[in-house]
Design a protein around this ligand. Structure first.
Ligand SMILES: Cc1ncc(COP(=O)(O)O)c(C=O)c1O
Length: 385
């Protein structure tokens, strides 16, 4: 019997240590990790630099409440603003970052309606769940937070009909992650931003999965030449230390005045010391170019494989956020189990998408090894057809 709620579908595996881009299970078997702990371990496991920063801060001071100055929060927020007019709020997870964004948008605009998109995923707390456009995630938890409207992703006409003077915000992921690695069309995003500006609605970009270098730019929104009013971060920001952040244009600051919102642990010194280092490491043009080069290598291998494999319908994504769309759910389950047996860890997204989120530190040799395993498993399936 387990003393845990059965809310997660857990595999029998347990990992007991990690090094760089590899994990080791309780039997001593090594796995190449193409998951990054669901987009978290962007700098891999057991990174000496991050270990040192965390160890140093552990000895100095773990926690002080947000009743006092915190120069680390100031530093991290300044770095996250990247020279633009953003100010930050820190919390402990992606859902919390989105809660903050939703609350800020409503308070700052004095409006209630928030438009999000079908297949989106924004988290499991009430506000973030209500923003999530997936009925299966809402089921049994109604009533949801009111005034969320779900529209089809990548379609402008329904948005033109719905977005009006009463709209507080439009909230979206630039690549829907959990929903199946579905990238937003560039023109659509430009149009969404223009409509938001026209009607005074705020544009909230959820960068929780796409941010911190994952797509080959520090923020995915940089690929789209847009400037969100609010964006949210978590996952890769702490490389495994729980942290979330909401960044918003400084003119929204009045709406988040003293006492309006908060979190005991948010911006904790341990989390901030690590986030500070993570940003310094990833927000370097050489590092991000390297991610783009690796991405090209991986996509070119996968595109070749897709041509040969009758299981693969499409390959899509950006940077090291990659979805391999298979034809059916059964193949997805079989393929992911076989990959695991071969020593390659992957993720699922949507109903039929094999999702790859390798650490950004993955080496060329490891990518080649991953491709060989993918080839073996996906082609083996083809022979069984
Ligand atoms: C785009 C996006 N937003 C929000 C979340 C929720 O983050 P957390 O699980 O840290 O609450 C996730 C998690 O998968 C996500 O991918």
């Amino acid at each position: 019997m387990s003393y845990l709620f059965p809310n997660y579908q857990r595999k029998k595996l347990e990992f007991i240590k990690g090094s760089k881009n590899m994990l080791t299970d309780h039997n001593g078997k090594n796995y190449l990790d193409f998951t990054s702990g669901i987009g978290v371990m962007n700098l891999g496991y057991n990174d000496p630099d991050l270990n040192q920063v965390l160890a140093d801060q552990t000895i100095l001071l773990w926690h002080t409440p947000n009743l006092y100055q915190n120069h680390l929060q100031e530093q991290v927020a300044q770095k996250l603003a990247k020279g633009k007019d953003y100010v930050g709020y820190f919390c402990n997870s992606g859902a919390e970052a989105n809660e903050a964004a939703i609350k800020l948008a409503r308070k700052a605009t004095g409006k209630r309606k928030i438009i999000t998109f079908t297949n989106s995923f924004h988290g499991r707390t009430y506000g973030a769940m209500s923003a999530t456009g997936q009925e299966s995630i809402h089921a049994g938890f109604e009533p949801l937070v009111p005034d969320f409207i779900y529209l089809p992703f990548n379609q402008i006409e329904p948005l033109k009909e719905e977005l009006d003077q009463d709209t507080a915000a439009v909230m979206l992921e630039l690549i829907q992650g959990e929903g199946g690695v579905i990238p937003a069309d560039e023109q659509w995003i430009q149009d969404v931003q223009s409509l938001c500006r026209e009607f005074g609605a705020l544009l909230i970009i959820d960068e929780i999965q796409t941010g911190i270098g994952r797509t080959g730019a520090f923020y995915a929104y940089e690929h789209y030449q847009i400037e969100p009013d609010i964006f949210t971060l978590a996952k890769g920001l702490g490389n495994g230390i729980p942290v979330g952040a909401m960044l918003g244009k400084s003119n929204l600051g009045d709406a988040f005045g003293q006492g309006s919102h908060g979190s005991t642990f948010g911006g904790n010194k341990l989390a901030m010391s690590v986030a500070n280092k993570v940003i310094d490491r990833i927000n370097q043009s050489a590092f991000l170019e390297d991610v783009q080069n690796k991405s090209e290598q991986l996509f070119s291998g996968l595109d070749q494989l897709a041509k040969r494999s009758s299981l693969i319908q499409a390959v899509r994504g950006k940077g090291l956020m990659i979805g391999i769309q298979l034809f059916d759910q059964n193949s997805l389950n079989q393929v992911s189990e076989q990959l695991e047996a071969e020593g390659l860890l992957t993720l699922k997204a949507g109903q039929t998408v094999l999702r790859l989120l390798p650490p950004l530190t993955i080496t060329n040799e490891e990518m080649a090894k991953g491709l060989t395993i993918l080839e073996k498993v996906l082609n083996k399936e083809k022979e069984h057809d």
